[in-house]
Design a protein around this ligand. Structure first.
Ligand code: A2P
Length: 273
């Protein structure tokens, strides 16, 4: 059973979701979404940037799972933030998804103009076309600024996290402020070698699971929403088969010991896209 994490606006979010960054639009995305929903996932995380909202919507509609039982997130891209085109960009995402409404809409990065974008997203939220609003790649100082003027609090901050970069201070700040944390690139991202780490292999052998399942379980037990990406049906299934075992405190600490303090991805305070 997918664990649900309560959000600060009274809604809730399934703790394990399918990430579809770099999943090509068309059959690949349709099949991945369908496979995920058939495996028990009830949460798909996309973005306008990913270019696959049409196929995400198609996969959800063709899955046989009721719309209201699936949690769909999409995100406002930086160009639209800078251009002040939040309402137009949201409508375009809504049209591409063709699912009637969006469960969660996020500011993708704190691009210049994000403050106005937030005010515009508050209006969309009041209209009811999006059930919850939040942010992504916000640092503590962005969240503090946001909370100083927002009339609607963000329900989540979706940030880069993996065992090598747990982002624990920001995670603690969010949880203390009743903002849920979502992890992107939780398995170390495309082209990474995290899953080959011998420490993960050791813990995986102890619990009789794969390194990916150990990492996903580590996120679950830290109270973080985790969005593993795969285009392979067997891996999609495997990544959701994480509710029948637990990591001990010692095993949690072993996974946490992989921390490097080095951020693999883009710096939210200094990005150029
Ligand atoms: P693929 O899509 O070919 O399955 P992240 O979620 O951190 O972005 O990492 C996703 C990367 O890890 C992708 O390259 C994905 O490849 C791979 N991956 C996802 N699930 C598994 C798994 N269970 N075992 C091995 N590799 C996986």
């Amino acid at each position: 059973n997918p664990l649900m994490i309560p959000l600060n606006n009274g809604t809730s979010i399934p703790q394990v979701g399918l990430g579809v960054y770099q999943t090509p639009d068309g059959e690949t995305t349709v099949n991945a979404v369908r496979a995920a929903l058939q495996a028990g996932y009830r949460h798909i995380d996309t973005a306008a940037l990913y270019g696959n909202e049409v196929s995400v919507g198609q996969g959800v509609r063709e899955s046989g799972v009721a719309r209201e039982d699936v949690f769909v997130t999409t995100k406002l891209w930086n160009d639209d933030i800078r251009a002040g085109k939040t309402a137009e960009a949201f409508q375009a995402s809504l049209d591409r998804l063709n699912l009637g409404y969006v469960d969660l809409y996020l500011i993708h990065w704190p691009a210049e103009g994000w403050q106005q974008a937030w005010r515009d997203m508050e209006k969309l939220y009041q209209q009811g076309v999006v059930k919850a609003i939040g942010v992504s790649n916000f640092q503590q100082h962005h969240l503090e600024e946001l909370m100083s003027f927002a009339t609607v609090k963000p329900v989540v901050d979706q940030i880069e996290e993996s065992p090598r970069f747990a982002n624990q201070e920001l995670t603690d700040f969010c949880l203390k402020n009743d903002i849920a944390v979502e992890a992107w690139s939780p398995l170390g991202g495309t082209g990474g070698n995290l899953l080959q780490d011998p420490v993960l292999a050791q813990v995986a052998a102890e619990v009789g699971k794969s390194p990916a399942q150990v990492v996903i379980r580590w996120f679950i037990q830290r109270g973080v929403v985790v969005l593993p990406k795969s285009t392979h049906k067997e891996r999609i299934k495997q990544n959701f088969d994480v509710f029948d075992f637990e990591l001990s405190d010692e095993q949690m600490a072993k996974v946490s010991s992989l921390e490097t303090g080095v951020r693999p991805g883009a710096d939210p305070d200094n990005f150029n896209f």
